[in-house]
Design a protein around this ligand. Structure first.
Ligand SMILES: Cc1ncc(COP(=O)(O)O)c(C=O)c1O
Length: 351
């Protein structure tokens, strides 16, 4: 009768449950409770966040005390337009993280049919379903059939699957012909360069998402972008409302997005760290089945025992309830490698 977990009809969405919430890594407070004897500090590899963060510039004190200015946001959108190859700031929406955009976009469209290429970041499925859309999870682009909306993450989290921008442009053109929408989440694309992004090709009927926090190692700043045709940008900006991005995030984002040299150096550092992680993973009997510049997806027959050994050593990795042999490792900072090696060595032999 009165299920307290189901939102009563007074509230807008009959599809939203009060318990409709899932963590996707980063919950070190929770694992610390489960492993109270693990050494500190915890090494959090459960997300794909750059372990070498962009140095935060000094922030003028009034950045905290006054509201963000429109000209500051305009500058950020201009820098994002250059950085992502969109050129035109009228094609850019800035938001408090791409997660906020993932939640808003399904509200712009009347309930319809959505095909989501999986397995992928679960929030896409969750947010479209929540707004009453009929969601189908598919494994390949050729299973789209007549879905009006197509969602994919490129490169994909967690599998690393990658489609070329030209393949996606032709998909966007097909979808535009049937007046649908292609949503491409490029949260892990920054280190691939603009030539691997759909943005410079200006696809029709498409929204591309870019996440600032992962690449720049500043996930706590909460900053992300959508790139779309100007009329869609206006709609999204209206939904997000004034001051969606904080003043400190505007200042930090503006500076970081202009700093092409930092991005090049960060890619080199990550490549070296990833090679060292790969060696440890292979040495521990893992098969690397997916990769981006910011994470590795490893397969291991005893993945759960391995995650447990890591946690007992204060290292948090991402497990998957529907893929028990998978573990996702964020790229570790160099100083974390010894602890990972020791944790792997502590895995008890198979019974
Ligand atoms: C594929 C993908 N998109 C978007 C997000 C959300 O990122 P943020 O809101 O920090 O930009 C995540 C977070 O893990 C993700 O994995």
């Amino acid at each position: 009768m009165n299920d307290p977990t189901v939102a009563p009809s007074f509230w807008a969405s009959p599809f939203c449950r009060a318990d409709d919430f899932e963590m996707h890594g980063g919950d070190t407070d929770h694992v610390r409770e489960r492993y109270p004897h693990a050494p500190e500090p915890w090494i959090d590899l459960s997300t794909g966040i750059n372990p070498f963060p962009y140095p935060i510039p000094p922030l003028p004190p009034d950045t905290w005390s006054r509201l963000p200015l429109r000209e500051e946001e305009a500058k950020l959108r201009l820098n994002a337009a250059h950085c992502y190859g969109a050129d035109d700031p009228d094609r850019i929406v800035s938001a408090p993280g791409t997660q906020a955009l993932i939640q808003v976009i399904p509200r712009l469209i009347e309930p319809t049919t959505v095909a989501i290429l999986g397995p992928t970041y679960r929030e896409h499925v969750r947010c479209w379903k929540r707004m009453g859309h009929t969601v189908r999870e598919i494994g390949e682009v050729n299973e789209i059939a007549d879905a009006k909306i197509v969602v994919l993450v490129n490169p994909n989290n967690p599998t690393g699957r990658h489609y070329t921008p030209h393949r996606l442009l032709s998909l966007a053109e097909d979808i535009a012909r049937r007046q649908g929408l292609l949503l491409v989440d490029e949260a892990f694309a920054d280190f691939l360069g603009t030539e691997q992004s759909l943005v410079p090709l200006r696809p029709p009927s498409t929204i591309v998402l870019r996440s600032f926090g992962k690449t720049y190692g500043l996930a706590g700043v909460r900053l992300g972008f959508a790139i779309a045709e100007p009329h869609v940008v206006s709609l999204l900006r209206a939904w997000l409302g004034p001051w969606a991005v904080s003043g400190p995030a505007l200042t930090i984002g503006c500076q970081a997005l202009e700093d092409a040299g930092w991005l090049t150096d960060a890619r080199a550092r990550l490549t070296t760290a990833a090679q060292q992680l790969d060696k440890l993973l292979v040495g521990a009997g893992c098969k690397i089945v997916g990769r981006t510049n910011l994470f590795r997806l490893a397969e291991h027959p005893r993945a759960q025992s391995l995650a447990d050994a890591l946690a007992r050593n204060g290292i948090h990795v991402r497990q998957f309830s529907d893929q028990k042999t998978w573990l996702r490792f964020g790229i570790p900072a160099t100083k974390a490698l010894c602890r990972i090696e020791a944790a792997f060595a502590s895995l008890p032999p198979a019974a």
